[in-house]
Design a protein around this ligand. Structure first.
Ligand code: FES
Ligand code: FES
Length: 218
Protein backbone atom coordinates (compact mmCIF):
# COMPACT_ATOMS: atom_id res chain seq x y z
CA UNK A 1 0.00 0.00 0.00
CA UNK A 2 1.11 3.46 -0.86
CA UNK A 3 2.55 4.78 2.32
CA UNK A 4 0.58 8.01 1.86
CA UNK A 5 -2.71 6.17 1.42
CA UNK A 6 -5.11 5.21 4.14
CA UNK A 7 -8.37 3.41 3.54
CA UNK A 8 -11.22 4.77 5.49
CA UNK A 9 -14.29 3.10 4.01
CA UNK A 10 -16.39 4.94 1.44
CA UNK A 11 -19.88 4.32 0.10
CA UNK A 12 -18.58 3.93 -3.45
CA UNK A 13 -17.01 0.69 -2.51
CA UNK A 14 -13.69 1.90 -3.77
CA UNK A 15 -11.64 3.29 -1.01
CA UNK A 16 -10.90 6.92 -1.63
CA UNK A 17 -7.28 7.79 -1.22
CA UNK A 18 -6.66 10.39 1.43
CA UNK A 19 -3.25 11.80 1.87
CA UNK A 20 -1.66 11.54 5.29
CA UNK A 21 -1.32 15.31 5.33
CA UNK A 22 -5.07 15.76 4.70
CA UNK A 23 -5.93 13.17 7.31
CA UNK A 24 -3.76 14.75 9.92
CA UNK A 25 -5.14 18.17 9.05
CA UNK A 26 -8.71 16.89 9.43
CA UNK A 27 -7.84 14.98 12.58
CA UNK A 28 -6.14 18.01 13.99
CA UNK A 29 -9.13 20.27 13.49
CA UNK A 30 -11.33 17.53 14.97
CA UNK A 31 -9.19 17.38 18.03
CA UNK A 32 -9.33 21.11 18.36
CA UNK A 33 -13.06 20.90 18.00
CA UNK A 34 -13.57 18.12 20.53
CA UNK A 35 -10.78 18.16 23.10
CA UNK A 36 -8.95 21.47 22.96
CA UNK A 37 -12.03 23.66 22.51
CA UNK A 38 -13.61 22.79 25.86
CA UNK A 39 -10.25 23.53 27.47
CA UNK A 40 -10.00 26.84 25.70
CA UNK A 41 -13.58 27.70 26.60
CA UNK A 42 -12.87 26.85 30.20
CA UNK A 43 -9.83 29.13 30.11
CA UNK A 44 -11.89 31.96 28.61
CA UNK A 45 -14.61 31.41 31.19
CA UNK A 46 -12.03 31.43 33.99
CA UNK A 47 -10.54 34.60 32.60
CA UNK A 48 -13.95 36.22 32.44
CA UNK A 49 -14.54 35.28 36.06
CA UNK A 50 -11.17 36.75 36.99
CA UNK A 51 -12.00 39.97 35.20
CA UNK A 52 -15.32 40.08 36.99
CA UNK A 53 -13.66 39.69 40.37
CA UNK A 54 -11.12 42.45 39.64
CA UNK A 55 -13.71 44.91 38.45
CA UNK A 56 -13.01 48.35 39.80
CA UNK A 57 -15.37 48.98 42.68
CA UNK A 58 -17.66 51.92 42.33
CA UNK A 59 -16.53 54.89 44.43
CA UNK A 60 -17.42 54.55 48.13
CA UNK A 61 -18.26 50.84 47.75
CA UNK A 62 -15.82 49.97 50.53
CA UNK A 63 -16.60 52.96 52.74
CA UNK A 64 -18.73 53.11 55.82
CA UNK A 65 -21.02 55.89 56.98
CA UNK A 66 -20.29 56.87 60.57
CA UNK A 67 -22.38 58.92 62.90
CA UNK A 68 -20.96 60.37 66.09
CA UNK A 69 -20.93 63.54 68.16
CA UNK A 70 -17.87 65.74 67.99
CA UNK A 71 -17.59 68.81 70.20
CA UNK A 72 -21.32 68.73 70.82
CA UNK A 73 -22.30 68.49 67.15
CA UNK A 74 -23.73 65.43 65.44
CA UNK A 75 -21.53 64.58 62.46
CA UNK A 76 -21.70 61.97 59.74
CA UNK A 77 -18.68 60.93 57.71
CA UNK A 78 -18.04 58.41 54.95
CA UNK A 79 -14.75 56.69 55.76
CA UNK A 80 -12.71 53.65 54.82
CA UNK A 81 -12.85 51.05 57.59
CA UNK A 82 -9.11 51.47 58.24
CA UNK A 83 -9.48 55.19 59.07
CA UNK A 84 -8.31 56.03 62.58
CA UNK A 85 -10.19 58.40 64.83
CA UNK A 86 -7.28 60.87 64.53
CA UNK A 87 -7.54 60.77 60.73
CA UNK A 88 -11.28 61.23 60.90
CA UNK A 89 -10.87 64.30 63.11
CA UNK A 90 -8.03 65.87 61.15
CA UNK A 91 -8.61 64.85 57.53
CA UNK A 92 -12.40 64.61 57.37
CA UNK A 93 -13.56 67.10 60.00
CA UNK A 94 -10.54 69.44 59.74
CA UNK A 95 -10.05 69.54 63.49
CA UNK A 96 -6.28 69.78 63.26
CA UNK A 97 -5.79 70.73 66.90
CA UNK A 98 -5.47 66.99 67.52
CA UNK A 99 -1.87 66.15 66.63
CA UNK A 100 -0.51 62.91 65.24
CA UNK A 101 3.02 62.52 66.56
CA UNK A 102 4.13 58.89 66.93
CA UNK A 103 0.97 57.43 65.33
CA UNK A 104 1.63 54.28 67.38
CA UNK A 105 -0.21 54.85 70.63
CA UNK A 106 2.97 55.69 72.51
CA UNK A 107 3.20 59.45 73.07
CA UNK A 108 -0.29 60.74 73.83
CA UNK A 109 0.03 63.62 71.37
CA UNK A 110 -3.29 62.64 69.75
CA UNK A 111 -5.28 62.37 73.01
CA UNK A 112 -8.96 63.29 72.83
CA UNK A 113 -11.77 62.60 75.27
CA UNK A 114 -14.30 59.95 74.29
CA UNK A 115 -17.36 59.55 76.47
CA UNK A 116 -15.45 61.21 79.30
CA UNK A 117 -12.25 59.14 79.02
CA UNK A 118 -8.91 60.03 77.50
CA UNK A 119 -8.09 57.94 74.42
CA UNK A 120 -5.26 57.87 71.91
CA UNK A 121 -7.09 58.78 68.73
CA UNK A 122 -4.29 57.47 66.50
CA UNK A 123 -4.67 54.08 68.05
CA UNK A 124 -8.35 53.45 67.56
CA UNK A 125 -10.47 53.07 64.49
CA UNK A 126 -13.02 55.72 63.67
CA UNK A 127 -15.51 52.84 63.42
CA UNK A 128 -15.11 52.29 67.16
CA UNK A 129 -16.23 55.85 67.79
CA UNK A 130 -19.61 55.22 66.13
CA UNK A 131 -22.33 56.71 68.32
CA UNK A 132 -19.81 58.08 70.83
CA UNK A 133 -19.18 61.62 72.05
CA UNK A 134 -15.77 63.01 71.23
CA UNK A 135 -14.27 66.14 72.68
CA UNK A 136 -11.20 67.70 71.07
CA UNK A 137 -9.11 70.71 72.02
CA UNK A 138 -11.32 72.85 69.74
CA UNK A 139 -14.36 71.88 71.76
CA UNK A 140 -13.01 73.30 75.02
CA UNK A 141 -13.36 76.92 74.07
CA UNK A 142 -16.50 78.83 74.82
CA UNK A 143 -16.80 81.03 71.76
CA UNK A 144 -13.59 83.05 71.74
CA UNK A 145 -12.94 82.40 75.42
CA UNK A 146 -10.40 79.79 76.42
CA UNK A 147 -11.37 77.09 78.89
CA UNK A 148 -9.76 77.76 82.31
CA UNK A 149 -7.55 74.69 81.76
CA UNK A 150 -6.27 76.10 78.47
CA UNK A 151 -5.71 79.47 80.15
CA UNK A 152 -3.82 77.76 82.96
CA UNK A 153 -1.34 76.26 80.48
CA UNK A 154 -0.65 79.78 79.22
CA UNK A 155 -0.46 81.34 82.67
CA UNK A 156 1.89 78.65 84.03
CA UNK A 157 4.02 78.25 80.88
CA UNK A 158 2.88 74.66 80.52
CA UNK A 159 4.50 74.27 77.11
CA UNK A 160 7.50 75.18 75.00
CA UNK A 161 7.05 74.15 71.36
CA UNK A 162 3.39 73.38 72.09
CA UNK A 163 3.14 70.31 69.88
CA UNK A 164 2.22 67.97 72.70
CA UNK A 165 -0.01 70.54 74.39
CA UNK A 166 -3.43 69.68 72.93
CA UNK A 167 -2.90 66.07 74.01
CA UNK A 168 -1.66 67.16 77.46
CA UNK A 169 -4.69 69.39 77.96
CA UNK A 170 -7.17 66.72 76.87
CA UNK A 171 -5.56 64.14 79.17
CA UNK A 172 -5.74 66.65 82.02
CA UNK A 173 -9.34 67.46 81.15
CA UNK A 174 -10.31 63.77 81.39
CA UNK A 175 -8.58 63.57 84.77
CA UNK A 176 -10.37 66.65 86.09
CA UNK A 177 -13.73 65.36 84.91
CA UNK A 178 -13.27 62.51 87.37
CA UNK A 179 -11.25 64.21 90.07
CA UNK A 180 -11.59 67.97 90.57
CA UNK A 181 -8.96 68.10 93.30
CA UNK A 182 -6.14 65.82 92.25
CA UNK A 183 -2.87 65.70 94.10
CA UNK A 184 0.37 66.30 92.17
CA UNK A 185 1.01 62.57 92.35
CA UNK A 186 -2.38 61.85 90.82
CA UNK A 187 -1.69 64.38 88.06
CA UNK A 188 1.67 62.73 87.32
CA UNK A 189 0.03 59.32 87.26
CA UNK A 190 -2.83 60.42 85.00
CA UNK A 191 -0.53 62.27 82.62
CA UNK A 192 2.12 59.56 82.44
CA UNK A 193 0.90 58.52 78.98
CA UNK A 194 1.66 61.95 77.53
CA UNK A 195 5.23 62.60 76.50
CA UNK A 196 6.66 66.10 76.20
CA UNK A 197 9.85 66.15 74.16
CA UNK A 198 10.61 69.65 75.42
CA UNK A 199 10.55 68.36 78.98
CA UNK A 200 8.04 70.93 80.18
CA UNK A 201 6.76 68.51 82.82
CA UNK A 202 7.13 70.68 85.94
CA UNK A 203 5.08 73.46 84.38
CA UNK A 204 2.59 71.02 82.87
CA UNK A 205 1.84 69.75 86.38
CA UNK A 206 1.51 73.31 87.70
CA UNK A 207 -0.84 74.10 84.81
CA UNK A 208 -3.09 71.15 85.59
CA UNK A 209 -3.23 72.13 89.27
CA UNK A 210 -4.05 75.71 88.25
CA UNK A 211 -6.72 74.46 85.84
CA UNK A 212 -8.26 72.39 88.63
CA UNK A 213 -8.34 75.46 90.89
CA UNK A 214 -10.19 77.46 88.22
CA UNK A 215 -12.45 74.70 86.97
CA UNK A 216 -15.86 76.12 85.99
CA UNK A 217 -18.23 76.09 88.93
CA UNK A 218 -15.54 76.21 91.60
S1 FES B 1 0.28 60.19 68.11
FE1 FES B 1 -1.14 58.94 69.09
S2 FES B 1 -0.09 58.19 70.80
FE2 FES B 1 1.42 59.27 69.69
S1 FES C 1 6.00 71.47 74.65
FE1 FES C 1 7.22 70.70 73.06
S2 FES C 1 6.79 68.60 73.08
FE2 FES C 1 5.78 69.32 74.80
Amino acid sequence: MNKETLSPGTHSGKPKAISRRKFLKGFGSGVVGTAVMPGALAAIAANNEKEKSTEVSPPHADKVMLSLKVNGKRVRALVEPRTTLAELLRDHLHLTGTKIVCNHGECGGCTVVMNGKAVYSCHMLALDAEGKEILTIEGLMNGEKLHPLQQAFIDKDGFQCGFCTPGQIMAAYALLLENREPSEEQVKEAMSGNICRCGAYPNIIKSVMEGAAHWPGR
